[in-house]
Write a protein that binds this ligand. Structure first.
Ligand SMILES: Nc1nc2c(ncn2[C@@H]2O[C@H](COP(=O)(O)OP(=O)(O)O)[C@@H](O)[C@H]2O)c(=O)[nH]1
Ligand SMILES: [Mg+2]
Length: 758
C-alpha cells in the first residue's frame, strides 16, 4: 500500500448524535471510493467500522473505529465515533487526533443533544467543522417544517457562518443529487440503486435562481474580511473559482466558515462528492499548526502523576481515607486539550513553551513521535495500539521509547486499519493514523518516540464514571478469571474502572452508565467466558463520636503457668471532620511500661476500624491513654492490646457514637429549560443547592448531596433530560447522617465483625 505524505492526508472525526447515520455514511464513503466491493450495512453487520460483537448485537457504536478511503491521491482517514452522550468522551479522543470534524446531522430530526455537545467539544479544540445533513433520502428530511427551518436552527445555534455549499436536488423520485455552489455544477444519482458515483451536469432549471443567490451569499461570506477578495468581488461580481476554492479552504481551516452539505449514506447519494469535498476543503494533517505537548522532565510526567494518583486511589485504603471512583482527579472539563489550530500564544490556556509546553510541528523532518489514542484487544492479534504519527517518519521494525512509561517498544508490524482489518505498511509519515500490534506496555494516552526528543501529549481526560456496581463472580472458576479479563477490557476502554473497595471489600466496576456496564458484563461472558452478577454498591459510611468519654480496660487471665495482664485507662474525644484517627500517650510515671503503649494504640485502632454501631470504621477522634497498671511477669503486648480494645469499646458506649455519610459535590449540566426540574429532583435527594450558572443554553447546577442519594442518579438524569444532561461528582467530605435516615441504615446494617482473639 502507498505511503501518503501529511499534505495528502485528511484526518476526519465523524461525530454526531446516535442514529444520525455516521457508521452507515462511512460505509458508503468507503464504497464510493471502492475500498469495499459492496456497500456495508449496519443492519447486516457488514459496515466496516461496526465490527465489535457487542456493537453489532446492539446496532450501536460504543467505541471509536477507524477506516480510510483513498480518493484521487488523498488518503481520507475516517474515525467513527459513538453518538450516545455517555460515550461522548470517545468523540473527544477522536477529535484530538483529527484536523476536522464531520458533524453528521440527521435531516429528519435536526440538531440533537450529542450534535450540540460534539460542536462544543470541537469548539474547545478549535477544530474545523463540516456539517452534513444526512438521511436526505427520507421523505421526512427537513422535519415537519422543511430544510429552511433546519438551516435557521443551525444559524440560531452556531451563527450564520454555518453556510450551505450545496443545494439538495429533490424531485418526485426523492433526493437524488446536489448542486455544488462553488463550481456551480450539479451531481446527480439514480434515485434507487446508486453506486455512489454521480454524473456531472447542468444545474436543473428550477434550482438555477436559488443556486445563484446561494452562490453569492457564499462568496460574500468567504470574502468577508479579505480585502483583496472583496475588491475582486465588487469589480467583477464574483471571485474566480480557484480563488474561491483557496479562500473557502482557508476559511474552513480557520473556523470562519462551517460549510453545510447534504447526503444520504444509506442511498449512496452525494457520497463521492462529500469525499471530494473533504479532499479539497478539509485541512491536511500538516496544516495543523503544531501538536501541543508537555516536556518530559526528570520527575513524573503529568500522565504518570495521574496514573500514580489513580492507582493509589484504587489500591490503598490503609490511610483511613476512603477512595471512591468519584474521587479521581480527572474531570470531563479538567483536561486542557491541545489547541489544534491556534498558535501557541493564542491557545485556550495560553500555552507557551515557558509554561512547560512544547509545540511539535507535524512534519517528516521532526523527530519521530507517536501518540496512542486507542487500544483494541483482538482475540487473535492480541493488543493493537492505534496511534497518530505526531511527527517524523515511522518505519517498521523501529524501536522507540515509550516516554510515558520509560520503556523501549519495538514497532514490528506497522499497519493501517480498515475497520478491524490491519493492512501492513512499511512506513507512515507525519500526520497519518496507523496501528501496531503487540506493544508490551503501551496503553492509550501514551506518547512514544525517538529517545532524546521527549514530549508528552496530554490525553483527553476521562469523565467521571456515572455509575458503579458491585460485581460478583458466579463460580470459583469465574472468580479466577475475572481480574485478568477485566484488565483486558480496561486496556481497551479506559472509561471502565475496576477496583476493590477497601472498606466493604466488594469488587466494584464503574462506567459511563447502565448500558456501558451491561456491555462490560456481556463482554466478560462472550469474550472471556466469565459469568458475573451485578449488585448496587454499598455506601462507605463511617462512624464517629460526638462527646468526650473515658473508660478503663482491664484484661486478666490466669491459666496454669503464665497469665495475661493488661490494664489501661483511655480517653476518646471528637476531632474535626477529615482528621481520621490520632493517638497520644500521657503515661509518664511508668504506670504502663513504654514498650506496651503501642500495643494499646494497636488494640484501639484495630477495633475502631471494625466499627461500633454498624461495622463502619470509627474516624475523627483522638484516643489518649492516661493511666494503667501492669504485672511484672504476666504483662505482654497481647494483653495490652486486648486492654486497649476493651477500654475503647467501653468508652464508645458513653461517647454518643453516630453515623457519617459521604457527601458528594455534584455538578449537573442540562438544557436551561429543564433547570427547574433538575433542581427539584436534586432537592428530593437531600441536596443542598449551591448555585446555578448559565453557559449559553446550558444550565450548570452545583449542589452537595449525600452519596446514598446519588447511586441511581445517572438513569434519573437521562430520563429527565432525554439524554441531554450530564453530571460529575466527587467526594467533598463526610457529614453526620440525620437521625431518621441513620435509623434505617442501622436497622439493615450487619453487626460489627466478631472479636477474634489474635
Ligand atoms: N433513510 C436513511 N436511513 C439511514 C441513513 N443512514 C443511516 N440510516 C439508518 O439509521 C440507523 C442508524 O444508522 P447508523 O449508521 O448506525 O447511525 P450512527 O449511530 O450515527 O452510526 C440505521 O437503522 C440506518 O439504517 C440514510 O442515509 N437514510
Ligand atoms: Mg455508529
Amino acid at each position: 500500500m502507498k505511503t501518503y505524505p501529511g499534505s495528502e492526508i485528511r484526518n476526519v472525526a465523524v461525530v454526531g448524535h446516535a442514529h444520525s447515520g455516521k457508521t452507515s455514511l462511512i460505509a458508503s464513503l468507503l464504497y464510493a471510493a471502492r475500498m469495499t466491493a459492496t456497500q456495508g450495512l449496519v443492519s447486516a453487520g457488514s459496515a466496516v467500522t461496526a465490527y465489535d460483537e457487542e456493537e453489532i448485537a446492539r446496532s450501536t457504536t460504543m467505541q471509536n473505529a477507524v477506516a480510510f478511503a483513498e480518493w484521487h491521491g488523498v488518503k481520507v482517514n475516517l474515525i467513527d465515533t459513538p453518538g450516545f452522550h455517555m460515550f461522548s468522551h470517545e468523540a473527544r479522543a477522536a477529535m484530538q487526533v483529527a484536523e476536522s470534524a464531520l458533524l453528521v446531522v440527521n435531516a429528519q430530526s435536526g440538531v440533537e443533544a450529542v450534535t450540540e455537545r460534539a460542536w462544543r467539544y470541537a469548539e474547545e479544540f478549535n477544530l474545523p467543522r463540516i456539517i452534513v445533513l444526512n438521511q436526505m433520502d427520507s421523505p421526512r428530511a427537513g422535519g415537519g417544517s422543511g430544510l429552511s427551518a433546519l438551516m435557521e436552527d443551525l444559524h440560531d445555534r452556531w451563527g450564520r457562518t454555518c453556510v450551505p455549499v450545496q443545494l439538495p436536488i429533490t424531485g418526485p423520485e426523492g433526493f437524488h443529487g446536489v448542486v455544488d455552489l462553488v463550481t456551480m455544477q450539479a451531481f446527480t444519482y439514480p434515485a434507487s440503486g446508486s453506486d455512489g458515483h454521480g454524473t456531472i451536469g447542468e444545474i436543473p432549471m428550477g434550482l438555477l435562481a436559488q443556486a445563484r443567490t446561494a452562490h453569492e451569499a457564499l462568496v460574500e461570506l468567504v470574502a468577508e474580511g479579505k480585502d483583496e477578495l472583496l475588491e475582486e468581488f465588487f469589480e467583477i461580481g464574483t471571485i474566480p473559482e480557484q480563488h474561491l476554492i483557496t479562500a473557502l479552504h482557508e476559511a474552513i481551516r480557520e473556523d470562519r466558515i462551517f460549510p453545510v452539505l447534504f447526503a444520504s449514506g444509506l442511498a449512496s447519494v452525494a457520497t463521492d462528492h462529500l469525499l471530494d469535498f473533504l479532499r479539497v476543503y478539509a485541512p491536511a494533517a500538516t496544516e495543523r499548526v503544531a501538536f501541543a505537548a508537555s516536556v518530559v522532565t526528570g520527575s513524573l510526567t503529568p500522565r504518570e502523576a495521574v496514573l500514580a494518583s489513580i492507582s493509589m486511589d484504587r489500591t490503598t485504603g490503609d490511610s483511613g481515607e476512603f477512595s471512591h471512583s468519584g474521587s479521581d482527579s480527572a474531570s470531563e472539563s479538567g483536561g486542557n486539550p491541545p489547541p489544534a489550530y491556534s498558535a501557541p500564544e493564542h491557545g485556550p490556556n495560553g500555552n507557551t513553551v515557558e509554561s512547560g509546553l512544547v509545540m511539535r510541528a507535524v512534519s517528516d523532518d521532526e523527530p519521530v513521535a507517536l501518540f496512542v489514542y486507542k487500544t483494541m484487544t483482538d482475540p487473535f492479534a492480541g493488543r493493537i495500539s492505534f496511534f497518530k504519527v505526531v511527527s517524523g517518519v515511522v518505519r517498521t521494525e523501529l524501536t522507540v521509547e515509550n516516554y510515558s512509561r520509560r520503556v523501549p517498544e519495538r514497532l514490528s508490524h506497522l499497519s493501517v486499519m480498515q475497520g478491524r482489518k490491519a493492512i501492513e505498511v512499511k512506513e507512515l509519515r507525519a500526520g497519518d493514523l496507523g496501528a501496531v500490534a503487540k506493544l508490551r506496555e503501551t496503553l492509550t494516552g501514551d506518547t512514544l518516540g525517538q529517545k532524546g526528543a521527549e514530549l508528552c501529549v496530554e490525553p483527553v481526560a476521562m469523565p467521571e464514571p456515572n455509575m458503579t456496581y458491585a460485581i460478583e463472580p458466579k463460580t470459583r472458576a469465574d472468580e479466577d478469571r475475572l481480574a485478568a479479563a477485566l484488565h483486558k477490557i480496561i486496556e481497551e476502554d479506559q472509561m471502565v474502572r475496576f477496583f476493590r473497595d477497601p472498606e466493604t471489600h466488594e469488587f466494584l466496576v464503574a462506567g459511563a452508565g447502565q448500558q456501558h456496564i451491561e456491555t462490560v458484563v456481556a463482554r466478560l461472558r462472550r469474550r472471556y467466558h466469565t459469568e458475573v452478577t451485578l449488585k448496587a454498591p454499598k455506601v462507605p459510611y463511617r462512624e464517629t463520636i460526638r462527646v468526650r468519654a473515658e473508660a478503663q480496660g482491664r484484661h486478666k487471665k490466669q491459666s496454669g503457668g503464665h497469665g495475661q495482664f493488661g490494664d489501661c485507662r483511655v480517653r476518646i474525644e471528637p476531632l474535626s471532620r477529615g482528621s481520621g484517627f490520632q493517638f497520644s500517650s500521657e503515661i509518664y510515671g511508668g504506670a504502663i511500661p513504654r514498650q506496651y503503649v503501642p500495643a494499646v494504640e494497636k488494640g484501639i485502632l484495630e477495633t475502631a476500624l471494625r466499627g461500633y454501631l454498624a461495622g463502619y470504621p470509627v474516624v475523627d477522634f483522638r484516643a489518649t491513654v492516661y493511666d494503667g497498671s501492669y504485672h511484672d511477669v504476666d504483662s505482654n503486648e497481647l494483653s495490652f492490646k486486648i486492654a486497649g480494645r476493651l477500654a475503647f469499646r467501653k468508652a464508645m458506649e458513653l461517647a454518643k457514637p453516630c453515623l457519617l455519610e459521604p457527601i458528594m459535590h455534584v455538578t449537573v449540566e442540562g438544557p436551561d429549560e429543564l433547570a427547574g426540574a433538575l433542581m427539584g429532583d436534586l432537592n428530593t435527594r437531600r441536596g443542598r443547592l449551591l448555585g446555578m450558572n448559565a453557559r449559553g443554553r446550558i444550565s450548570v447546577i452545583e449542589a452537595e448531596i449525600p452519596m446514598a442519594e446519588m447511586l441511581n442518579y445517572g438513569p434519573a438524569l437521562t430520563s429527565i433530560t432525554q439524554g441531554r444532561g450530564s453530571f460529575h461528582m466527587e467526594i467533598k467530605g463526610y457529614e453526620i447522617v440525620p437521625p431518621a435516615v441513620a435509623e434505617k441504615i442501622l436497622a439493615t446494617a450487619k453487626q460489627p465483625a466478631g472479636e477474634d482473639e489474635d
